[in-house]
Design a protein. Structure first.
Lengths: 356, 502, 334
């Protein structure tokens, strides 16, 4: 029956994700060696807890961001959603353990609503996602700055455990983040909406012609991304014991995009996945921890981080170029001439529903 | 005319206008089960629009569609698909990053126990490929790793998997190499034998006569006639399409055209796709490059234009050795390249006719841009460009008019050497004639011309000499007026009566 | 079928210029600008007096200049997120190196120009040659500049600007009849605008826009895409440097100077109907977008809105304006 079906399960995608994990392992190895030279154990419990704790916050945001970027969209409002969610959680719970469930429900409702609005503005009003979510961020910022002059609300002890509990070296928050990542991977691999996210991100016109309601995956991605940011906000609230409005200034929006791209997901959508993103988040966390051990000036960390993200993406871009070259042997000449661009030649229709 | 059973597909009185311009008017079309029905006409005759109405991309303004006698409304491509009408467009509706199976079931992914049944998708895809007798395509392969012909097969499989009864194909051979066309023929015949109705749009008359049972001719948005293929001739069909006899197709050389000194000379040129390329083109001479897709035709064009340059051998322009390191250098040396893919390589679609016409001048010869641009309207006029005005964005022009903009862009640089890669692909007969006339005029003006085309007739009808490529090498040279068979036997490498091959 | 020559009468060209300016989503920004000013004048008729308008111009000039720079990058199909931190870095560099010494003003400004050009060059080359998406490149540059400047100054800006340095930002031609002070900032912004307009009409500008529309076609037409785009990044950084001189003079030296300016500039350009992704929109409309953003802030002040709620209104208006422009574009006939 299947004389021709040489059942190979997608070698190419493992390739990219594999590379990211390879990078992660090498960074851990080099970091361990460097730390050992300074008399520290990078893989000691304290450092592991530090790394995983760092990862969990960015992880939630970056997992959501991955879904949005896969759909060829972008969410710059996640930092503000985090801040708002922490405030909503803290004020709803108001120190009463009985209201924990209510607080969580409120956060999910509020963040889902914001994601819904983002998604609708991007798809229905056809506002460029960059602008739409930037605008949404500004709207939330204005609300937070006007309404709250500082930390607000009170998180009950019981919920603060979410921020501090750990099993051996594994913080509960990191475990929750990993669980969220697994759920997201299953979502992308096993649901039609997940399939359609790749389709819409890969080529919205093709998706539309194939009967996919192209707006739905995008809206779903935005809702899930906002909810993930809301979960990060809950974690912030649990850590600080109160609603923290100033989280939005910590740059999680751009950092989550950096983590996603570092994880090998294509910024223009249609290729990549959550597994890579988790590796990207871990790479950033390991670097942070190593810098801490080395007592690197915090400002120098920014410099290094900027350089590393650019370098990593440049390496992926190079791989991408090689692949384009090998493709042209079959499909005529698609590769542009020397001195090209950041974006590969895109033979898509002129009107693509404005996105970055 | 009145068959006892209603035809599988009947379109009656279809009319459509865009922005007040009537594109289609009162089109009637019947397609029967087990029939391959050709839809022919010049570009702009309305074929694409009719196909898009059938595919549910555009709604018709007037008229209606019946399937087996039942009226249907296609408000969306998926409605058409669900009713059993599938369309294979020229621009494939495939996602290069996804697998064959994922593409085949795109938008219709089977769900079992709440999850997408990936294995079932792959198995069913493999089954369909088997059924069509296709080997060499794995359901798990990413579509970007497939050749154009294989991607087309994936499109057909996609149509079959949705239980299509009617498949319409828009210029299915446009991107295929000649040996792949055979594969497509077999595929179409298999579909017909399964009792499906195939609506086949093509510019190539040979295919229509090889493959189709009846043909409907459109002209200027109206149906001219529907004729059984057995009862007509190519000349007759062309006459219906354009109202011109075929003899005027390739204009004769303009009087006084004579080969001058050698303008372009390649000696032992080679890179990772080409080897041992020796060629000379004189001013006023038209040298054709023939060969199968992938034989190195486009690669020579790109090497001459500095895109994928020669890494071995040398190139001389007017006897002077030149290093063609980039398109910029090539333009400075007086070389022009009309690329095979107009939309992705030739034009900035959202820019105006004028901006596109000026593009080469602006980017390479800024100091000549102003004076060069002043000559553009003249070129537009002599090429008979039809546009609202020079400020119109080129994406609103027809394929033929877009190609005229590309040609004007290069004429403005006053090239010494012009390389034309598939200059008439996907353009209507009228525009083709304009291109042919232009080629003759350029030759008369002493320009050295390299003409690449998949349409053998075109190369044979225009070129003074034909170089036949095979596997990245020049396999032989034929004089003007050689037979198609001679070219083909060289191109397929089956016969070696040309130059010695290293 | 009758074939007609393509008309290119001068009258057509003039009409084309107007329709290009107003069409394609750019019309929205002019309408919005007029509307906002109408409301401002209605609330506070004295704002229509020349001195108030000139003060407004002085305040708006830096953003207009940044928008011009951002326009070049956006129309070429890229994005420059580094301008905000570059403005901050330049102001801090100026303060630290000049340190109140008048004689150092010119050399330091020359150094700033060189530094600006270098940043633009790095942005451009990393984006074009290393093929890193510009949003990531310039995000990286933003992080690097942010960290490097604080590392250099130890966290808080030190030193002081000279009087001469501050003159372009706050000074002007004094004691003119009727209008009072004619700010240098306005003259500089006008000069930048005129130069930018000339540039977009030049062969380089046309190539830039075509590259933003379809870089493959541009490359196949002989354009050196990497050079075209890198130049756009250098222009953006140089204009950010110019803006930093005005901002430093106008607002003085703080650690936060420049924060968020990149988003303001992008907002301004997009509000002007310039399409992210490249190839469409005019520089005039981008400048009008910058004026609109500044007028919006002025309106908020006139309405005595608390400064904290301003972002909310700003966000709503941006989304509404861009959504409206997108709608206009999609329903426009060819």
């Amino acid at each position: 029956m299947r004389s021709l079906a040489t059942a190979r399960p997608r070698p190419f995608r493992l390739g990219t994700t594999g590379l990211v994990y390879l990078a992660l392992v090498s960074i851990v190895l080099v970091g361990t060696a460097v730390a050992a030279a300074r008399g520290h154990n990078l893989l000691g419990t304290a450092n592991l807890v530090d790394m995983l704790t760092r990862s969990s916050l960015l992880g939630f945001v970056a997992i959501g961001q991955t879904l949005v970027i896969l759909c060829r969209s972008l969410d710059l409002s996640v930092g503000y959603v985090m801040a708002l969610s922490s405030v909503v959680a803290a004020t709803t719970m108001a120190g009463d353990p009985a209201r924990i469930g209510l607080g969580i429900a409120a956060v999910i409702a509020v963040s889902a609503l914001i994601g819904l609005v983002n998604g609708l503005v991007v798809t229905r009003l056809r506002v460029n996602a960059f602008i739409a979510t930037l605008g949404m961020g500004l709207i939330i910022k204005g609300y937070l700055d006007t309404r709250y002059k500082g930390p607000a609300g009170d998180i009950p002890e019981a919920f603060q455990l979410f921020g501090y509990t750990r099993i051996a070296f594994l913080p509960l928050s990191a475990a929750a983040m990993v669980a969220a990542a697994v759920l997201a991977i299953l979502f992308l691999r096993m649901t039609r909406t997940g399939y359609h996210m790749y389709a819409v991100g890969g080529d919205a016109e093709v998706a539309r012609m194939s009967g996919i309601h192209v707006e739905r995956p995008v809206i779903t991605a935005h809702v899930l991304c906002s909810v993930a940011a809301g979960a990060a906000g809950l974690l912030v609230a649990a850590r600080f014991g109160t609603g923290s409005t100033l989280v939005y200034a910590s740059g999680y929006d751009l950092e989550s995009i950096a983590a996603v791209v570092l994880g090998g997901t294509y910024l223009l959508g249609g290729r990549g996945g959550v597994a890579g993103t988790v590796a990207g988040v871990l790479i950033l966390a390991v670097l942070d921890t190593v810098f801490n051990i080395l007592a690197v000036d915090p400002f120098f960390k920014d410099v290094l981080r900027g350089v590393i993200v650019i370098a990593a993406v440049a390496i992926y871009a190079r791989r991408q170029v090689d692949r384009t070259a090998s493709r042209s042997r079959f499909a005529g000449s698609r590769g542009g001439p020397s001195g090209g661009t950041g974006d590969p030649p895109h033979p898509a229709p002129a009107e693509q529903g404005g996105r970055t | 005319m009145n068959a006892p059973d209603p035809p599988l597909l009947r379109m009656s009185g279809i009319g459509k206008s865009f922005f007040g311009v009537n594109v289609l008017e009162g089109i009637d079309l019947d397609v029967r089960s087990g029939e391959v029905h050709a839809l022919v006409g010049e570009n702009g005759a309305g074929k694409s629009t009719l196909m898009k109405i059938l595919a549910g991309v555009h709604p018709a303004d007037t008229g209606h569609i019946e399937l087996s006698g039942e009226r249907v409304e296609f408000s969306h491509p998926v409605r058409a698909q669900q009713a059993g009408v599938s369309t294979v467009f020229q621009e494939f509706n495939l996602l290069p990053e996804r697998t064959v199976a994922e593409n085949v079931y795109l938008g219709r992914e089977p769900v079992r126990r709440g999850r997408v049944n990936a294995r079932g998708m792959a198995d069913d895809t493999a089954g369909l490929l088997d059924e069509l007798g296709i080997t060499g395509i794995s359901p798990h392969a990413a579509v970007r790793t497939l050749s154009v012909a294989q991607q087309q097969i994936v499109e057909v499989v996609k149509a079959l998997s949705s239980d299509a009864r009617i498949i319409s194909m828009d210029e299915p051979t446009a991107a295929l190499a000649d040996h792949e066309v055979e594969l497509l023929y077999r595929l179409v015949r298999r579909l017909r034998d399964r009792g499906m109705a195939v609506l086949y749009v093509s510019h190539r008359l040979k295919e229509i006569f090889d493959l189709c049972d009846r043909a409907t001719v459109l002209k200027d948005g109206r149906r001219v006639d529907t004729v059984p293929i057995s009862a007509t001739t190519p000349t007759e069909l062309i006459r219906m399409m354009v109202g011109r006899p075929i003899s005027t197709f390739f204009p004769d050389p303009i009087e006084g055209t004579r080969p001058g000194p050698v303008r372009l000379e390649v000696a032992q040129g080679g890179n990772d796709r080409l080897d041992g390329i020796d060629m000379q083109v004189r001013g006023g001479e038209i040298v054709g490059l023939a060969g199968l897709q992938g034989s190195g035709r486009t690669e020579i064009a790109h090497a001459l234009f500095g895109i994928a340059r020669f890494t071995r051998g040398e190139v001389r322009v007017d006897g002077r050795r030149v290093a063609l390191r980039s398109p910029t250098r090539a333009v400075r040396e007086g070389i022009a390249l009309v690329t095979e893919d107009r939309k992705t390589q030739g034009l900035a679609l959202s820019q105006s006719v004028l901006a596109n016409g000026r593009l080469v001048l602006d980017s390479v010869l800024p100091f000549r841009a102003r004076s060069g641009a002043r000559r553009l309207p003249g070129f537009f006029t002599s090429l008979e460009l039809v546009a609202r005005d020079t400020a119109q964005e080129v994406r609103f022009l027809s394929g033929g008019n877009q190609q005229k903009v590309v040609l004007a862009k290069w004429l403005a640089t006053e090239p010494k050497i012009i390389v034309l890669d598939e200059p008439t692909r996907g353009i209507d007969v009228g525009a083709k004639r304009a291109v042919y006339t232009l080629i003759r005029e350029l030759a008369a003006a002493g320009v050295a011309i390299v003409l690449i085309s998949s349409e053998l007739q075109e190369v044979i009808g225009l070129a003074d000499r034909v170089l036949v490529l095979h596997d990245g090498r020049i396999f032989g040279e034929l004089p003007a007026g050689a037979s198609e068979e001679a070219v083909m036997s060289l191109a397929t490498g089956s016969h070696n009566n040309g130059r010695e091959v290293a | 079928m009758t074939r007609t020559a393509v008309p290119t009468a001068p009258g057509r060209i003039a009409r084309e210029a107007v329709s290009r300016l107003v069409g394609g989503g750019s019309g929205t920004v002019f309408a919005l600008l007029i509307l906002i000013f109408a409301v401002i004048f209605a609330i506070n008729p004295s704002f229509a007096q020349p001195p108030s308008m000139l003060a407004f111009a002085k305040q708006a000039a830096p953003l207009v200049i940044l928008a011009v720079g951002q326009y070049f990058v956006i129309v070429s199909g890229e994005l420059d997120l580094s301008v905000g931190s570059l403005v901050g870095a330049q102001v801090v560099i100026a303060a630290k190196l000049i340190d109140g010494e008048e004689s150092r003003t010119v050399p330091v400004i020359l150094l700033m120009i060189a530094f600006g050009a270098l940043v633009g060059l790095v942005n451009g080359l990393v984006t074009t040659v290393l093929r890193v998406p510009s949003i990531i490149t310039t995000l990286g540059t933003m992080l690097v500049l942010y960290g490097a400047i604080r590392l250099w100054t130890g966290g808080a800006p030190t030193g002081a600007l000279s009087e001469a340095f501050r003159r372009p930002g706050r000074g002007g031609i004094e004691d003119l009849p009727v209008i009072g002070q004619l700010p240098w900032a306005l003259l500089i912004a006008l000069a930048v605008g005129a130069a930018a307009l000339a540039l977009t009409r030049s062969p380089y500008g046309r190539t830039l826009i075509a590259t933003g529309d379809n870089d493959t076609a541009a490359a196949f037409s002989g354009a050196r895409v990497w050079r075209v785009r890198t130049t756009a990044f250098v222009l953006s950084s140089l204009l950010a440097t110019a803006a930093s001189i005005l901002i430093g003079g106008f607002a003085g030296v703080t650690a936060q100077v420049g924060d968020g300016l990149e988003f303001m500039a992008i907002t301004a350009v997009v509000l002007g109907g310039v399409v992210l992704g490249g190839g469409r929109g005019t520089v005039i409309a981008a400048m009008a977008g910058a004026l609109t953003v500044e007028a919006l802030f002025t309106l908020f002040n006139q309405l005595f809105l608390p400064s904290t709620i301003q972002p909310t209104v700003q966000g709503l208006i941006i989304i509404a304006a861009v959504g409206y422009a997108a709608r206009q574009r999609s329903t426009r006939s060819p």
